[in-house]
Design a binder for this molecule. Structure first.
Ligand code: HEC
Length: 101
């Protein structure tokens, strides 16, 4: 539902499209749909855009350190970070907790 609200605005849909294109370089670890395929990488699908932006900027500035992410984020512009965050945040995720008893 949130995706519809965001994507209803043409400018934001453009951002998401640009983000989707850029996210090809992230797919090796975070998956094509933002569901991680590398065991040590977190899922990004449905994540809050502001959180994604803050973490990518923290990797870029060195405030948050990680062998791979620090290098990757170093090459991202503010616009690319915003677009990537838009893309991952509008991927819809369904959470189904297990029935335990
Ligand atoms: C080589 C594998 C790899 C690639 C490629 C990669 N990442 Fe990551 N990413 C990771 C790992 C591993 C972590 C977990 C870092 C940690 O443990 O602190 C991470 C963490 C993150 C986080 C923090 C998520 C959170 O929950 O705190 C974001 C946001 C992120 N990556 C975005 C991206 C984006 C956007 C790209 C592409 C431009 C990308 N990553 C490419 C491996 C990768």
């Amino acid at each position: 539902m949130l995706a519809c609200v965001f994507l209803a605005t043409p400018v934001l849909a453009q951002d998401a499209k640009a983000g989707r294109a850029k996210a090809q370089m992230c797919a090796l670890c975070h998956g094509h749909n933002g569901i991680a395929v590398a065991v040590n990488a977190p899922n990004l699908a449905g994540e809050n855009a502001a959180y994604i932006v803050s973490q990518l900027k923290a990797f870029r500035s060195g405030k948050r350190k990680h062998e791979q992410m620090s290098i990757i984020a170093a090459g991202l512009s503010d616009t690319e970070i915003a677009n990537l965050a838009r893309w991952y945040s509008v991927i819809q995720v369904v959470a189904t907790p297990p029935v335990l008893d």
